[in-house]
Design a protein around this ligand. Structure first.
Ligand code: NDP
Length: 253
């Protein structure tokens, strides 16, 4: 999709090594935005940045682990050194590690909370100053948090994942009360079943198969469908906030 308003923007997209993050980076770059792509897998980011640049875009690969404060600080420094302040942040990185609560998987709970919630906060902490400054100059400034339908709908064995996403949705709503008055637009995008690498970290064979079954039963969204919604959301005039969007495959209730 074409969103000419994005040509003037400087963006950071987390979790851009794959899935929705990579698709969003592609959409932003294709529309003329300068895009810093963040994730842990350097090879994927380098490849993506090369692809975007070869297509005429402007992209910077920045290896970063959002569970590590020093890594996020270094990433912000690298982005600022190359692009200066940013005006569009897509907090997209996330992990989904389902298991029965009774299994007591503190390792997975910690990792999900530290990535999906605290990680998003670390990124917010690194770039909110940029967003506030851009808005104060009269430019459009966006923070997009990628949450999930799992913040509203309950799935057995996905309790902690759902809790992290509900927290992110709540955080976005609360942030609007602080950042909205500064003209920083905070929006939440809540996708349903989307064909990405997200299920690849599930270590429970029954749940892996169950998720595979869902993909068999329902034609899922493509990462590009979600990227398009993000592109649409951030290309509205600066006084218009499409503040919370749920996007599902048509066959997902
Ligand atoms: P992917 O697994 O394809 O993408 C997740 C991205 O996050 C990867 O690029 C990964 O890169 C990155 N990431 C994970 N951990 C970290 C970390 N510690 N630091 C930096 N980057 C990290 O899945 P999706 O594209 O589906 O996921 C994107 C978002 O969408 C997630 O927040 C997910 O919860 C949400 N979502 C997904 C749905 C789906 O059905 N797919 C539905 C609803 C919401 P790397 O491993 O290189 O760090």
């Amino acid at each position: 999709m074409s969103y000419p308003a994005l040509a003037a923007r400087t963006a950071v997209v987390t979790g851009a090594a794959s899935g929705m993050g990579a698709a969003t980076a592609r959409l932003l770059a294709a529309n003329g935005a300068r895009v810093a792509v963040l994730a842990r897998r350097t090879d994927r980011l380098t490849e993506l940045a090369a692809e975007l640049t070869a297509a005429g875009g402007t992209a910077l690969a920045v290896t970063a682990d959002i569970t590590d404060q020093a890594s996020v600080d270094a990433a912000a420094e690298a982005v600022h050194a190359t692009y200066g302040p940013v005006d569009l942040v897509v907090n997209n990185a996330g992990v989904m590690l389902p298991n029965p609560l009774a299994d007591g998987r503190l390792d997975e709970w910690t990792r999900m909370i530290d990535t999906n919630l605290t990680g998003a906060l670390r990124v917010l902490r690194a770039f909110t100053g940029d967003l506030a400054a851009a808005a104060a100059e009269g430019r459009t400034a966006d923070l997009v948090n990628v949450s999930s339908i799992a913040s509203h709908v309950l799935f057995p064995d996905y309790a902690v994942y759902g809790a992290t996403k509900a927290a992110l949705t709540q955080l976005s709503a609360a942030l609007r009360t602080e950042l909205g008055p500064l003209d920083v637009r905070v929006s939440t995008v809540e996708p349903g079943l989307t064909d990405t690498e997200l299920g690849g970290h599930i270590d429970n064979p029954v749940l892996r198969e169950q998720l595979g079954g869902m993909f068999g039963a329902i034609p899922a969204l493509a990462a590009e469908d979600v990227a398009d919604l993000i592109g649409y959301t951030v290309s509205r005039p600066r006084h218009v906030n499409l503040r919370q969007s749920i996007v599902l495959p048509t066959r997902q209730a």
